[in-house]
Design a protein around this ligand. Structure first.
Ligand code: BG6
Ligand code: MG
Length: 215
């Protein structure tokens, strides 16, 4: 396989916003009166805001009206945005800039494939925006991971076929989305959780282009 493009998930891969999402959902769970743990949070990774709220409510065994759900999702987002506001270029995870530069030097296109509607704000805050040839975020897609839309759209914007793309993902739903798009997927995190990924690395820092050999 000749790699023409690498498409990156954002939260938990390029920046540690997965923790900010956790803190914001936990604050809501506390308010609603139930316990929400880091283990529960794994289920929310890669999942859209409203779908995350549905999972949260299932964990808390709560049923809310549509209006209440919209209000609580907006409330959670405000708490999350407070964390994002504090972000600087120092919040980019170790090795990310070096790896993106290595891809650029080797003529490999780079794309972002994130479910987040806040993705552009995070790229601005961290100065990562110019590193990407195409950006697909939660505002551009209607079908959440594991649906392949986010990555298929990325490949389309980059002008490459899916079979030449490698996706980098920290979420189970994201790994499935990459495979559903017909792409190779590198998992970022723990092999026990990301069992379906083609390769798993603890973080982007541990990857060199030469490691990405797929038949
Ligand atoms: C994904 C995160 O990248 O974006 C999820 O992994 C999050 O945890 C989703 O729910 C939507 O994010 P946002 O910023 O639009 O609420
Ligand atoms: Mg992620």
């Amino acid at each position: 396989m000749i790699i023409k493009a690498c498409i990156f998930d954002l939260d938990g891969v390029l920046v540690d916003t997965a923790h900010f999402h956790f803190l914001a959902w936990k604050q809501l769970a506390d308010k609603l009166g139930f316990v929400f743990t880091e283990t529960d949070n794994e289920r929310l990774k890669g999942v859209s805001r409203m779908d995350s709220l549905e999972i949260l409510l299932e964990i808390g065994n709560l049923i809310l009206s549509k209006e209440e759900k919209i209000r609580y999702a907006a409330e959670k987002n405000l708490v999350y945005l407070n964390h994002i506001e504090q972000m600087t270029p120092d919040d980019v995870l170790p090795g990310v800039r070096d790896f993106l530069n290595e891809l650029k030097k080797n003529g490999i296109l780079t794309g972002l494939g994130s479910a987040s509607k806040n993705a552009r704000l995070i790229l601005e805050k961290t100065h990562l925006m110019p590193m990407f040839d195409a950006i697909v975020d939660g505002n551009l897609i209607s079908l959440a991971k594991p649906n392949p839309e986010v990555f298929a759209r990325g490949a389309q914007l980059l002008g490459v076929e899916s079979s030449s793309c490698v996706v980098f993902e920290d979420a189970v739903a994201g790994v499935q989305a990459a495979h559903n798009a017909g792409m190779i997927c590198v998992g970022i995190g723990s092999p026990e959780i990301l069992k379906e990924a083609d390769r798993v690395f603890p973080s982007i820092r541990n990857i060199r282009l030469g490691d990405l050999v797929f038949s």
